[in-house]
Ligand binder design. Structure first.
Ligand SMILES: Cc1ncc(COP(=O)(O)O)c(C=O)c1O
Length: 396
C-alpha cells in the first residue's frame, strides 16, 4: 500500500528555520517563523504561565478524561475573554468547545460547517495564512477568495473587499481574521468593520472568525472588537481561538471553538455535533495547556501579571514598527514607511521581489518568508537600523 506514497518536499518555512540555525553569522536575523520573540531572540514561557503550571502540578489529583467539550472553567474563561461584555447576553445561544490549538479549532469549525451544509463554500482573504486553505478544504469545504490587501499602499482594499463580499452567495461562509491579520498586518478600522459586517448580515453570510493574536495588536478588548460587533448583528457565527501566541502555549495545543446559533436549541445541537466531530478525529483536546490558561485567567494576581506581560509584548511590537519605519525613511529619504506602524501584530508583507528576499538571506543573513512576510518580533532593537538600511533599497 505505502509503495504508492511519494515523499513530499520539506516545508519551505521550516527549511528556513534550519538554514537560520546553521548560519554561523553573528549578524543573522530571523524574521521568518511566526512565533513571538523577546529582545534577546527567545520565546520564553510567560511568568504567569510558569506560576500557573507549577500550581497545577502541585494540586492536580487526576489525569482522568475531561468532559468531551473540555474543561468547564477554560471554556467559560475563553468565552468571556473573546466576547467581553457581550458574553452575558449571548450565553444561551453559544457553546464553547476546547480544541487542540487554533488549528484544531479551525478544523473543528470546518467540520461543523460540513455537517450543516456539505461542500459549502468558504471565502478567504487574499492573501491569508497558508494553512487556512488546507484546514478548510480538508473538511470538504470549497475555497474562494475575496480581495483584501492592496500591495501598492500596504493597506486594505476596502471597496473591492465590500464589492467582493456583495457578490458572495447567501449561506456561504466568510473567514475573517479578527485582528493582527496574518500575513499582511492590515486590519479594517471600526468604520470598515461596520461596513463589512453590514454586507455579511444583509447577504446572510456566516462569519467564521479566526483570532490567534488577541492582545498582541492594541489590547485584549480592542483586538476582539470585530467579533463582539459581529455577535450583535448576525444570528450565526463561528470563532476559532488560539492561546498559542497570547499565552505563549504554542506546543501545548490550546484553543477553543466558539459557536453561536440562533437560539439555545441550536447551541445544544452545535455542541453535540462538535463533540461527535472531535470524537471521530482526536476524541478530545489535550488538557494541560487549557488548565494552565484557566488558572491564569481565574486567579486575579496571575491574570494581572499575564495582562502586563501581554501588554509588554504588544508594546514592543508597536515600537519596533515605529523604529523600523523611521530607520527605513532615514536610510532612503523620500520613502513613506508610515504603513508599518499603521499595521498591527507580528506580520507585515514588505513587498520585496523574490531575488531581493534571496539576496538579503544569502548576503545579509536576514531571513524572511519567500513572499517577503516578516515577523516584526524577530527584529532585535539593536539591529533595527542595520536591517532597515539593508532592506530599504529593495522596497518599491
Ligand atoms: C492566523 C492564524 N490562525 C490560527 C493559527 C493557529 O495557531 P495554533 O494552532 O498554533 O494555535 C495561527 C498560527 O500561526 C495563525 O497565524
Amino acid at each position: 500500500m505505502f509503495e504508492q506514497l511519494e515523499t513530499l518536499p520539506p516545508d519551505p518555512i521550516l527549511g528556513l528555520s534550519v538554514a537560520f540555525r546553521e548560519d554561523p553569522s553573528p549578524a543573522k536575523v530571523d524574521m521568518s517563523v511566526g512565533i513571538y520573540r523577546d529582545r534577546s531572540g527567545r520565546t520564553p514561557v510567560l511568568e504567569a504561565v510558569q506560576a500557573a503550571e507549577r500550581a497545577l502540578i502541585e494540586d492536580q489529583s487526576t489525569k482522568a478524561y475531561l468532559p468531551p467539550a473540555g474543561s468547564p472553567g477554560f471554556r467559560e474563561s475563553i468565552f468571556k475573554l473573546v466576547l467581553g461584555e457581550a458574553a452575558g447576553s449571548l450565553r444561551e445561544r453559544t457553546t464553547t468547545i476546547q480544541a487542540p490549538g487554533g488549528c484544531g479549532a479551525l478544523r473543528l469549525g470546518a467540520e461543523l460547517i460540513q455537517r450543516a451544509a456539505p461542500g459549502a463554500t468558504i471565502h478567504l482573504s487574499d492573501p491569508t495564512w497558508p494553512n487556512h486553505g488546507p484546514l478548510m478544504a480538508g473538511a470538504g469545504l470549497r475555497l474562494e477568495r475575496y480581495p483584501y490587501y492592496d500591495p501598492t499602499t500596504h493597506s486594505l482594499q476596502a471597496q473591492s473587499m465590500l464589492d467582493g463580499l456583495e457578490a458572495v452567495a447567501p449561506g456561504s461562509v466568510v473567514m475573517l481574521q479578527a485582528s493582527c491579520h496574518n500575513p499582511t498586518g492590515v486590519d479594517p478600522d471600526r468604520g470598515q468593520w461596520q461596513a463589512i459586517l453590514e454586507v455579511v448580515a444583509h447577504r446572510r453570510l456566516v462569519p467564521f472568525f479566526d483570532i490567534a493574536y488577541q492582545g498582541l495588536g492594541d489590547d485584549l478588548d480592542t483586538d476582539a472588537w470585530s467579533i463582539r460587533e459581529a455577535a450583535r448583528r448576525v444570528p450565526e457565527m463561528l470563532v476559532a481561538v488560539s492561546c498559542s501566541k497570547n499565552l505563549g502555549l504554542y506546543r501545548e495545543r490550546t484553543g477553543a471553538l466558539i459557536a453561536l446559533g440562533a437560539d439555545a436549541g441550536r447551541a445544544k445541537a452545535l455542541e453535540s455535533q462538535a463533540n461527535k466531530a472531535a470524537r471521530s478525529m482526536y476524541s478530545m483536546a489535550p488538557s494541560h495547556g487549557a488548565l494552565i490558561a484557566e488558572r491564569v485567567m481565574a486567579d486575579p494576581a496571575l491574570s494581572a501579571l499575564w495582562r502586563r506581560e501581554l501588554a509588554e509584548m504588544a508594546s514592543r511590537l508597536r515600537s519596533l514598527r515605529e523604529a523600523l519605519a523611521a530607520e527605513i525613511e532615514a536610510a532612503r529619504p523620500g520613502t513613506d514607511a508610515s504603513w508599518l506602524p499603521a499595521q498591527r501584530g507580528m506580520f507585515s508583507l514588505l513587498g520585496l521581489p523574490a531575488e531581493a528576499v534571496t539576496t538579503l538571506r544569502e548576503q545579509a543573513h536576514i531571513y524572511m518568508g519567500f513572499d517577503s512576510r516578516v515577523n516584526i518580533a524577530g527584529l532585535s532593537e539593536d539591529k533595527v537600523a542595520e536591517v532597515a538600511r539593508l532592506i530599504a533599497p529593495h522596497l518599491a
